[in-house]
Design a protein around this ligand. Sequence first.
Ligand SMILES: O=C(CO)[C@H](O)[C@H](O)COP(=O)(O)O
Ligand SMILES: [Fe+2]
Length: 228
Amino acid sequence: MAYSAKIGPSILSSDLSCLGSECVRMMECGADYLHLDVMDGHFVPNITFGHPMVECLRKTVGQDPFFDMHMMVSRPEQWVKPMAAAGANQYTFHLEATTNPGNLIKEIRESGLKVGLAIKPGTTVEELAPWAKQIDMALVMTVEPGFGGQKFMEDMMPKVSWLRSQFPSLDIEVDGGVGLETIHKCAEAGANMIVSGSAVIGSDDPRSVIALLRTAVAEAIQKRSLDR
Ligand SMILES: O=C(CO)[C@H](O)[C@H](O)COP(=O)(O)O
Ligand SMILES: [Fe+2]
């Protein structure tokens, strides 16, 4: 099985005045990667930060941590090169935000980044499927994008199961309301890249939460491989 369990804290719900040290803290607590939420106030009704912040975070955390950029922006084409120059590793754009996903995938790759493709809750997985063989990761949103701390949408799990059945080695990420109460649904459905914001950042013991999330996913992966 090509994919493995990876936990990527979303720093959206951390103290935004301390983003650098929060990123370092998450890596020290065992995070596999960092999920950085970029919002432009247009694609979603909220604003976070852009590539200048990413450049500063890269300087603070060093070269190793993998930055998965969740681009909740209306013109994703505009930020590929700036994000690559700032030190991003993966550029995850929304299918709903572009009329030419094929061209954008090509641009992202040519900039040396991995490609993630995200769908909002109202977008069907069949719309993502034609691109699945060209991307590194599919992101199935489990909340309406825009804010941390929302309730997990369990009715998104059939999308994850279907993707896992059709693309057995694809990295599949879930994002929104994922924590210790909801991880088992995600893991059983076949998600392997787990974004968790408030459940990790808000915990007194983020190290344990990250470890428990990873174990749940790793066990589901092992079970799936034994069932095959
Ligand atoms: O993309 C996002 C919101 O649009 C965030 O990554 C997500 O909401 C994570 O936070 P939480 O785990 O608290 O839901
Ligand atoms: Fe996100």
